[in-house]
Design a protein around this ligand. Structure first.
Ligand SMILES: [Zn+2]
Length: 516
């Protein structure tokens, strides 16, 4: 048999956590056919990996490229990191399924996921996934259905519980989404109108997820003072429904809350011990990214952005909102503005700095921005000890929480460096420099662990029969070059990325689109 391609001379780190071994790897028709001594095998393409690690392509369990991949199918920022599959639609913020009359309201609430240039032509997950395929992305996209758009489609944007017919309709949309290829359902319990859901509503939807053996990913209700209660709520939903639970980007924000991650992990351990199928993910940074409206009181978001704008136009309510925003757990001097439509000059400035310039209290300056638009923010105020506790936990894995974007589009504001450097940053800082994880264990947390969680059985390991998705890198030189003020920089040390046997990137040079 003539192979389509073979990688020779590398150290194979197969994704299972097993110790690396010197082996060659060959593929045909997009799938791995052999791992072993293939030095003499005939192959159309021969790739030398001497001195390099050959690993399964990274499976990014926590992505938000629902819209960006349609705009930039090259997926440059993710491909350069070695990501070959992204699970999009996290944090309840998926773009499908969605009713046509809910699209406008949903778009106003998608925050960092939204891309105004992309027209919406789908309502079902099937239609959306077909459109993604037609755009020929370099990386594979799997989708979670999102609770936000489902609730908005059935209940609207108001703060109220669904009636029994509405709850059944939401469950029907979840089932249809799973039938059409969604890998699970995501919740974003800090984002309205998801935030208005009760445990009962969430359990009913999780039961649909459980019946399909899909995954429920949960952006918790609180990553601050209420972290433990929020973790308990997610565990309760999983315990009652029997669904597979993925707690998204487990962390805690704000110095006064530091140290609560180990306590949260203890709750998770106890639940796992009692039979709940639970895991967590994290990204290797001490800052998160979301939208400024996340800092507004939840009641102020009733009715979505329109509701917020109406309240901010009433002086009494505006004063009340400012009052409730005046003591955030993460200080205003730790919050960088990212993208503010129409105000590119604000990118990279802190809210505190902006407020000082105009002589206002920071909360008033923030509300002044919110009255016009909802800028993205990068919020610091996390602890290295909490990050390390979650990163090394036996049930944890890596998800970037980033988007596949074009690094040339700096005009779109300042994104979080995780868009460009999460995986190289992990291998540089926590594997090579800090020796917190071995290369093998880190690769497992980036490959087989997330693939298993998402139910993607055909990838994440290097075994005959699985997809020929590979990342070939040098563990001695892999380096993140992204910083908070220059996130767009390409990482170093990743020699080649292969998707389905096709090379999509060599030394950071990325193919414009995937195979037709
Ligand atoms: Zn999230």
């Amino acid at each position: 048999m003539i192979l389509d391609g073979v990688v020779v001379g590398g150290s194979v780190v197969d994704g299972t956590g097993a110790v690396r071994r010197r082996a060659d790897l060959g593929w045909r028709d997009g799938r791995i056919v052999a791992v072993g001594d293939l030095g003499g095998a005939a192959a159309e393409e021969r790739i030398d990996a001497d001195g390099l690690v050959v690993a399964p392509g990274f499976v990014d369990l926590h992505g938000h490229s629902d819209l960006s991949i349609l705009d930039h199918p090259a997926g440059t920022s993710k491909i350069r990191q070695g990501v070959t599959t992204e699970v999009a639609g996290n944090c309840g913020l998926a773009v499908a399924p969605v009713a046509a009359d809910a699209v406008a309201g949903v778009r106003g609430l998608l925050g960092i996921v939204e891309l105004p240039e992309v027209p919406w032509s789908w309502s079902s997950v099937g239609d959306y996934l077909a459109l993604v395929e037609r755009s020929r992305p370099n990386l594979r996209i799997a989708l979670l259905a999102g609770h936000l758009a489902i609730r908005a489609s059935v209940v609207g944007l108001d703060q109220r519980p669904p009636d029994s017919d509405e709850l059944a309709a939401m469950g029907g949309l979840v089932q249809q989404a799973l039938d059409e290829g969604a890998v699970g359902l995501s919740l974003g319990l800090m984002y309205p109108p998801s935030a208005y859901a009760s445990v009962e509503e969430l359990t009913a939807l999780a039961e649909v997820v459980a019946r399909n053996n899909a995954v429920l990913t949960v952006h918790l209700r609180d990553y601050g003072a209420g972290l433990l209660d929020a973790v308990r709520e997610a565990l309760t939903v999983a315990e009652r429904s029997g669904c597979r639970l993925q707690i998204s980007h487990l962390t805690v924000a704000g110095r006064r809350n530091w140290g609560s991650v180990p306590a949260a992990l203890a709750e998770i351990d106890a639940a796992a011990e009692a039979g709940v199928d639970v895991a967590v993910d994290c990204y290797p940074y001490l800052a998160g990214s979301t939208n400024l409206s996340q800092l507004a009181p939840r009641w102020a978001m009733d009715g979505g952005q329109d509701g917020l704008h109406a309240r901010l136009a009433e002086p009494e309510l505006r004063t009340k909102i400012i009052g409730q925003m005046s003591d955030p757990a993460v200080g205003w001097d730790e919050i960088l503005l990212g993208l503010m439509p129409g105000r590119p000059e604000l990118a990279g400035r802190t809210v505190a700095d902006l407020a000082a310039e105009t002589g206002q209290p920071p909360a008033a300056a923030a509300v002044e921005l919110l009255a016009v638009a909802d800028p993205s923010i990068i919020a610091f105020g996390r602890s290295e000890a909490d990050l390390r506790a979650v990163m090394t936990h036996r049930l944890s894995m890596i998800g970037s929480d980033g988007l596949a974007v074009d690094p040339e589009r700096r005009d779109r504001g300042l994104p979080h460096p995780r868009y460009f450097g999460a995986y190289p940053g992990l291998f540089q800082r926590y594997v090579r420099e800090e020796s917190l994880l071995s290369v093998e264990d880190a690769v497992r947390r980036c490959t087989s662990a997330p693939a298993l969680r998402a139910g993607l059985a055909d990838r994440g390991r290097l075994e005959p029969g699985l997809l020929a998705d590979l990342v070939i890198f040098d563990p001695a030189t892999i380096t993140e070059r992204s910083t908070y003020l220059d996130p767009w920089a390409a990482p170093e040390g990743i020699a080649r990325v292969v998707v389905g046997g096709r090379t999509v990137a060599v030394e950071g040079a990325v193919e414009p689109v995937g195979p037709s």
